[in-house]
Design a protein around this ligand. Structure first.
Ligand SMILES: [Zn+2]
Length: 249
């Protein structure tokens, strides 16, 4: 979306856009994701914002309208199709440490379970368009299994530090629906081990700063980048508060 109005303050603009969209399509203001883009050098709101997780027919309704506005803000919706991400999700439940050896063990455990899951293997063999026509079904499966990587993330669950594992793969298909189906097959995996507990896919995170899905807000890496002018871990909660107040008014 491109935006004019707001009062120049980034989180005020954030709240106005959220209220405008939710009232226009009559949905809960908290039910969709609105990215908080970096603030310009002069401190004014950015003009391009990303709204996601809106049901497809309602998103289309917004786009078809070309322009929506309230007293405080005017929004020009532009359609945007998110590319498929190689990020599958976060597996939690293993008791492995956040070390290179722990990551290797987590990756091998996940790879073994995936390689033995006939639904996932068959799906990759029959949905392999991203690898090109010269790649056979068996080659596609080998490429896919070899591409499995994990990266540890330390989460605080009930005041206890837990190491979870972010799983990434090379995409076998460019088709959105097929990729969504494959991710749902990953969601059914239960990785039971004799020594390291049982891991399964967690709900994805929604970072309020970037808005990534592979980490919670307190672990967002953006605020530590040199020159970052957007919200930080310390400011994001306070910056979001005006929106909550305005909803109660
Ligand atoms: Zn983030």
């Amino acid at each position: 979306m491109t935006v004019s109005g707001g009062n120049g303050a980034v989180m005020k603009t954030h709240g106005l856009i959220r209220d405008l969209i939710s009232s226009f399509i009559n949905i809960d203001p908290a039910s969709f994701t609105l990215g908080t883009p970096p603030t310009a050098d002069d401190g004014t709101s950015p003009s391009l914002w990303l709204a996601t997780d809106i049901p497809a027919h309602l998103a289309q309704h917004i786009v078809d309208n070309h322009i929506i506005s309230s007293n405080g803000i005017t929004v020009f919706p532009l359609p945007y199709s998110m590319p498929n991400l190689s990020f599958v999700g976060i597996f939690a439940g293993f008791t492995l440490p956040d070390t290179d050896a722990g990551a290797d063990a987590a990756r091998d455990l996940l790879r073994t379970v995936i390689a033995n899951n006939s639904k996932i293997c068959t799906f990759v063999q029959t949905h392999r368009d991203a690898f090109g026509p010269q790649i056979s079904a068996d080659q596609a499966l080998t490429i896919f299994l070899d591409s499995i990587t994990v990266q540890g993330i330390v989460l605080l669950v009930n005041d206890t530090k837990t190491v979870a594992w972010r799983l990434r793969v090379t995409l076998p298909t460019d088709d959105h629906l097929a990729w969504g189906h494959l991710r749902r097959l990953f969601g059914k995996l239960q990785v039971m081990t004799a020594l390291y507990g049982t891991a399964c896919l967690q709900r994805t995170f929604r970072c309020r700063i970037c808005p990534g899905i592979d980490h919670p807000t307190p672990l967002c890496p953006l605020p530590s980048l040199p020159g970052w002018l957007g919200p930080t871990h310390a400011t994001i909660a306070a910056l979001l508060r005006p929106r909550l107040r305005s909803r109660c008014a």
